[in-house]
Design a binder for this molecule. Structure first.
Ligand code: AMP
Length: 542
């Protein structure tokens, strides 16, 4: 017997309609590429999203076809999120930090028919437009007066002129909730990137899940600053969650340095900010250098890479801000787990609580997790056994765009490529990417644990632990370190810092100091490149 409830589809356009009706005066504040601050409301955004939908109709872009964006976090990008997906097209967000050749490859692979870009990225567009014959229109996110003359780009329009004459009413199409809504390519550290095609249903369900109290816990009383980019994994879903809960949204545009982010947090009364550890490191550096305090910030969500415990401690002890450590990936929309305490943990000592808060946290309802050994056998959730992490759920990829890479699932589970432990309460601890695992004398050494300890040293700005070939032990770890400006630490001092914090055999054999560790397009350390940089290095113990 079937249930007798209404079968209304879950659609992205309903989010912005809802925000307009019930949070119409909710604020959206953006630092623009032009440098100034722009303010308007959800009601204004909804109107302009509908103008975008009309303008796309006028370009004759059929339902299901792709519209690319190469843009910072800002109100025009927000309007495209709704105007493109809401009208049945697929919003394809592109990471501008990729090499221009890769950007062109992605545009062609996605078959983008229009490409909307911030003027910051004009040099990229100039370099690639001739190689992207499928793009019918290049749309610069600016006023007509700011449109560059003699750019050499054919079919170039200014966004404001493009939507200006369009009506601000529109009847959103009655789409199938499983229709494609957004496309985001993985970072492609090996081989070409692969497209992850989110649906309306997966996006709305992710928004419900991510908004819950023990997850992002967003409400109409929050002011939220997504420093995580709208050009990669939809800024962790915040543009959708914001509309669902009616929180104030604060978009930082291109200014992601510590000073600009701090000033925006203070000026706009931000209560929650979200970003990767490297961004927060710049922010903390700025606060420390100028002896500043936060007046409104309560929580920061940190994910994308392991958040060093020293950072969680600094936010809490020095600034009274709670870090919510989150884990996820492009293929997961992205949220898988987020760390908050349970009631029974509240009586634990601050040190014991911190130990829990440093893990990647518990699964969001909707995400199922398991760890398996090399033969695929499930391992116990005892907090000790470590194995490859697999996930399943309604906002997790089932196959890549155009079937690239074949069927990624193993018996219905998506292998994440991460290695982890899970304890009996579901707290996940990521120890490594499987390709970064260090095996010494048959035992695994967690590169993340080694890095986290180095990061707790006051002279260390960034640390990467990699395994080096060893004649007796197969591999031995070394730690590669960037020092904080104006500080010093010797190799011996740094290695001594590990004493008592790790078992003797887990302590790195060497510390190597470098000026910079290569970072990828999503801010993650690129260990393959680092290895190339260290070609010729010989272990002192080998
Ligand atoms: P991406 O798909 O580019 O977002 O990268 C996803 C990968 O980032 C995951 O598979 C993890 O390896 C890594 N990652 C994300 N969040 C965390 C975290 N909190 N701790 C450790 N690794 C993380």
């Amino acid at each position: 017997m079937l249930g007798q409830m209404q079968n209304r589809p879950l659609l992205i356009a309903d989010l912005i309609d809802f925000a307009e009706r019930f949070h119409g005066d909710g604020e959206i504040v953006s630092r623009r590429v032009e440098g100034d601050i722009h303010r308007y409301t959800y009601a204004d955004a909804a109107k302009r999203a509908r103008q975008v939908a009309h303008a796309l109709d006028r370009l004759d872009i059929p339902e299901g076809n792709r519209v690319g964006t190469l843009a910072w976090n800002g109100y025009r990008h927000f309007e495209l999120y709704y105007g493109v997906s809401g009208s049945g097209r697929v919003l394809h967000t592109i990471n501008p930090r990729l090499h221009p050749e890769q950007v062109a490859w992605i545009i062609n692979h996605a078959e983008d028919e229009a490409l909307c870009f911030d003027l910051t990225f004009l040099p990229i567009i100039k370099a690639i437009h001739a190689h992207c014959p499928g793009v019918k229109r290049w749309i610069a996110l600016c006023n007509g007066s700011a449109l560059p003359a003699d750019s050499g780009i054919p079919n170039l329009l200014a966004y404001e002129a493009w939507i200006a004459g369009e009506p601000d009413w529109y009847t959103w199409p009655a789409l199938d909730e499983n229709a494609a809504a957004c496309l985001c390519y993985t970072s492609g550290t090996t081989g070409n990137p692969k497209g992850v095609l989110y649906s309306h249903r997966s996006t709305v369900l992710h928004a419900y899940g991510a908004a819950m109290p023990d997850v992002m816990g967003l409400s109409a009383r929050d002011a939220v600053l997504p420093v995580v980019p709208m050009f990669h994994v939809n800024a962790w879903g915040i543009p959708y969650i914001g509309a669902a809960v009616g929180c104030k949204l604060v978009f930082p545009g291109p200014a992601l340095d510590g000073k600009s982010v701090y000033e925006l947090i203070e000026a706009e009364g931000v209560t929650l900010a979200a970003g990767v550890p490297t961004v927060w490191q710049m922010l903390l550096g700025h606060l420390q250098q100028h002896q500043l305090r936060f007046s409104t910030l309560e929580r920061t969500i940190i994910g994308g890479s392991a958040c060093p415990p020293a950072m969680i401690r600094a936010f809490k002890d020095d600034y009274g801000v709670t870090v919510l450590h989150a884990w996820g990936m492009t293929e997961m929309s992205p949220l898988g787990t987020l760390c908050t305490l349970k009631k029974k943990h509240l009586s634990l000592s601050p040190e014991e609580q911190l130990k829990i808060l440093c893990t990647q946290g518990r699964p969001v309802f909707g995400v199922d997790l398991k760890i398996v050994d090399e033969s695929g056998n499930a391992l116990p959730h005892d907090g000790v056994a470590q194995g490859e992490l697999l996930v399943r759920g309604p906002w997790i990829v089932s196959s890549y765009f155009k079937g690239e890479g074949g069927d990624p699932l193993v018996n219905g589970w998506f292998p994440t490529g991460d290695v982890a432990t899970i304890n009996s309460e579901g707290y996940l601890h990521i120890t490594d990417r499987s390709k970064d695992v260090i095996k010494s004398g048959g035992e695994w050494i967690s590169s993340i644990d080694v890095e986290n300890i180095a990061m707790a040293h006051p002279a260390v700005a960034m640390a990467a632990c990699i395994g080096m070939k060893h004649p007796k032990w197969d591999e031995r770890p070394i730690v590669v370190v960037v020092k904080k400006p104006g500080t010093d630490v010797s190799k011996e001092e740094l290695l001594a810092f590990y004493q008592g914090k790790l078992s003797k055999w887990q302590i790195p054999d060497d510390a190597v100091f470098v000026d910079a560790i290569p970072l990828g397009a999503t801010g993650k350390m690129q260990k393959v490149k680092l290895r190339e940089q260290l070609a010729g290095y010989v272990l002192p113990t080998a």
